[in-house]
Design a protein around this ligand. Structure first.
Ligand code: A3P
Length: 287
C-alpha cells in the first residue's frame, strides 16, 4: 500500500525499491514482462536527469523533427510502470504502431522488458551529475500535486537523498547499475552535461544508434525545438495537463546545485561520490 514517510513524503515499496504511489505492483509487473520490438526505443533515468528533454529529442528524431500537433508529447510516450497512463496490457501495446517510445525510471535490476540483455528494443539511459539531480528533485518533490508532496527542508532532503531514501532509491546504485551494462549493443548511455555542452554531437550519436537518417533540415528543427526556452514556453512536456511546469522546466543548467549546497554539504557529497564511484570509470561535470 501507500506509505507516508517523514515530512509527508508519499511512496510505495515495490520489489524492495521506494517508488511513487502510482507505480503499483501490477503496473511494475506489466512493465517488466512487456514484449518489445527491435524498432522500439526505451529510455530510462533516475528522476530529474533530463528525461523529458531526451524524450522530446527521441520523438522528434523518429518523426523527422516535426512536433506533435494537437496532442501532447506524453501521449506518444508509453509509461508502463505508471497507473496513470495507457497502454496497460500487452494487447494494448501490440496495437500501437512502430516505432514506439517507452519510458521508465527503474534501476537496471527492475528494467523495462527485463533490460537490454533480455529484450530486442533499443535502450537509452541518461544520467546527470548527482548534485544537480538532488537539487532538481528537491524542488520537484516539494509540495506539488503530482509529486511526493514532500515538505521537509533542503538539509533533510539531502540526507534522505544521500541515504537512498527517496523515490527510485539510491542514485549511485541506479546509475551504476546501468553503467555496468554499457557494453550491451542495445544500450546507449548518455549524460545530461554532454547534451548541454555538445547537443549536436550527442544528437548525431543518438541518431546513429537509432539508425535514423538525419537530414540537415530535421537537425535544425530538432535543435530549435529542444532548447530549454522553447520547451518551457511550449509546455512541450509529458505532463501538459498540469498547468505548473516548474518541476519539468525549472532552470535547465549545469551547476544549479550551487544555489542550495553549502560548502560543507558540497565537500561531504564530493567525498561520498569519490567513495561510491571509485573504480567505476564514470565521471560527471559539475560545472
Ligand atoms: P532543473 O530542475 O535543474 O532545471 P526530468 O525531465 O528527467 O524530470 O528532468 C528535469 C530537469 O531537466 C530539470 O532540471 C529541467 O529544467 C531540465 N530540462 C528540461 N528540459 C530541458 C532542456 N530542453 N534543456 C536543458 N535542461 C532541460
Amino acid at each position: 500500500g501507500i506509505e507516508i514517510g517523514e515530512h509527508g513524503y508519499k511512496y510505495r515499496i515495490v520489489d524492495g525499491l521506494m517508488v511513487p504511489p502510482y507505480v503499483t505492483p501490477t503496473r511494475y509487473n506489466a512493465s517488466r514482462t512487456v514484449v518489445t520490438r527491435p524498432t522500439d526505443v526505451c529510455y530510462c533515468s533516475f528522476p530529474k536527469s533530463g528525461s523529458t528533454w531526451l524524450a522530446t529529442v527521441l520523438y522528434l528524431l523518429l518523426n523527422d523533427g516535426v512536433e506533435p500537433e494537437g496532442r501532447p508529447l506524453r501521449s506518444n510516450l508509453h509509461w508502463m510502470e505508471s497507473s496513470w497512463t495507457y497502454p496497460r496490457t500487452q494487447a494494448e501495446v501490440d496495437a500501437l504502431p512502430s516505432p514506439r517510445i517507452f519510458k521508465s525510471h527503474m534501476p537496471h535490476r527492475m528494467a523495462l522488458a527485463g533490460g537490454p540483455r533480455n529484450s530486442p528494443c533499443k535502450h537509452i539511459y541518461i544520467a546527470r551529475n548527482p548534485k544537480d539531480v538532488a537539487v532538481s528533485y528537491y524542488h520537484f518533490e516539494s509540495g506539488k500535486a503530482w509529486s511526493g508532496r514532500y515538505n521537509g527542508t533542503w538539509e533533510h532532503w539531502l540526507r534522505i537523498f544521500t541515504e537512498g531514501r527517496v523515490q527510485r532509491g539510491d542514485w549511485f546504485e541506479h546509475v551504476l547499475s546501468w553503467w555496468e551494462q554499457r557494453d550491451a549493443p542495445n544500450l546507449l548511455f548518455l549524460k545530461y552535461e554532454d547534451l548541454k555542452s555538445d547537443f549536436r554531437g550527442q544528437l548525431r550519436r543518438i541518431a546513429a544508434y537509432l539508425q535514423v537518417q538525419l537530414s540537415a533540415e530535421a537537425e535544425e528543427r530538432i535543435v530549435s525545438a529542444t532548447t530549454f526556452a522553447h520547451m518551457r514556453a511550449a509546455g512541450f512536456s509529458n505532463h501538459k495537463h498540469i498547468a505548473d511546469f516548474e518541476g519539468f522546466f525549472r532552470k535547465g543548467e549545469i551547476g544549479s546545485w550551487k544555489d542550495r549546497f553549502t560548502m560543507a554539504q558540497s565537500e561531504a557529497f564530493d567525498k561520498l561520490c569519490r567513495q561510491r564511484m571509485a573504480g567505476s570509470g564514470l565521471e560527471f561535470d559539475f560545472e
